[in-house]
Design a protein around this ligand. Structure first.
Ligand code: ZN
Ligand code: ZN
Length: 331
């Protein structure tokens, strides 16, 4: 099959025209991939910023496709259209799983990190970790929901009833979440890389009440700030921007070191917290909500072969909205 493979950590992933096809084990299904969105986490995998990357690995965890074969005992029918997300397997028996926090499972396995992902024509998934998707929706629109959408939504939950919501790092997640927050009647303040006027105008078009560089303070103190950019210096910047008892939520899996800052920034019962991974419940809830908003992603498409270029574009801030690999055109 055609696949883009990371063969060594910190190397460029390479396209292969004849990579071996995966075979579904009992409980798994084989899925023919239509599209796979490109997530910042893929960059952290490729760039060696996450520990213990299993190589060779096919990246990609925002997958839309169709079941073409079932392993023994798998619950999904052939022909079903499904989405595949980051959480690929959990043990189901650790203290976190038993407490309903499978995102923190001690033995979790992740798609495109320690299980092969969606930068390929075929992928196998544990059928319990695949999600039914509507037949009539565009694969290019569905793919970014599977992580950018769900992770943003999980982070948004920790902002509770924040009326003035700041989004730092205006990429795929933020541009989807902005639409959800507007749907809920919140005011969104979008912070981009300083000077990224294109990102700022996209934010305003989508309904942000204010958009500016992450180096300036918003016109009003924020009730909560969600950080999607992997930049540690945004933590004190966001603490400066939130009111007393405001919360700063770090939504990414990796971040550069957070610089030291005066305790006065945290004082006033401000909170800094992270969001780790996602649960199947998060994904199911968000997939039910997205068509009601409705979420409409701005998409930049690439053929599968050009996944390395998509990653480069994401790294250098050239993607506004979501980057999506078209694996099977015209579906
Ligand atoms: Zn567990
Ligand atoms: Zn992701």
């Amino acid at each position: 099959m055609r696949a883009v493979v990371l063969e060594q950590p910190r190397s460029a992933p390479r396209f292969h025209a004849d990579w071996p096809e995966p075979v579904p084990a009992p409980g798994e299904v084989l899925v023919e991939v239509e599209a796979c969105a490109v997530c910042r986490t893929d960059l952290h995998v490729v760039d060696g910023e996450l520990p213990d990357v299993r190589v060779p690995i096919i990246p990609g965890h925002e997958v839309v496709g169709r079941v073409v074969r079932r392993g023994e005992g798998a619950v999904l029918p052939e022909g079903a259209r499904v989405g595949i997300h980051w959480l690929g397997w959990t043990d189901g028996i650790c203290a976190f799983c038993e407490a309903g926090q499978e995102n923190l499972c001690d033995h979790a396995r992740f798609t495109g990190y320690d299980r092969d992902g969606g930068y390929a024509e075929l992928i196998v998934v544990d059928a319990r970790f695949a999600f039914p998707l509507p037949e009539d929706a565009d694969a290019l629109q569905l793919a970014p929901l599977m992580c950018a959408g769900v992770i943003g939504y999980r982070a948004y939950g920790f902002a509770e009833d924040a009326q003035r919501l700041g989004l730092y790092g205006f990429g795929a997640s933020a541009h989807i979440l902005l639409q959800v927050a507007r749907h809920d009647g919140r005011e969104v303040y979008a912070f981009t890389r300083p000077g990224d006027t294109e990102g700022q105008s996209l934010a305003r078009e989508l309904g942000a009440v204010w958009a500016g560089g992450s180096d300036v303070l918003p016109p009003e103190p924020l009730d909560a700030a969600l950080l999607f950019a992997p930049v540690g210096s945004l933590v004190p910047a966001a603490l400066r921007a939130v009111r007393k008892a405001g919360v700063v939520v770090c939504a990414g899996i990796h971040m550069s070191d957070i610089p030291s800052f005066p305790y006065a920034l945290l004082w006033g019962e401000r909170v800094v917290r992270s969001v780790a991974n996602l649960t199947r419940m998060d994904t199911a809830r968000f997939l039910a909500l997205a068509p009601k908003v409705p979420v409409r992603s701005t998409v930049k498409t690439y053929p599968l072969e050009e996944a390395p270029r998509a990653l480069d574009d994401l790294r250098s801030g050239r993607v506004h909205g979501a980057a999506v690999l078209v694996v099977r055109p015209g579906r």
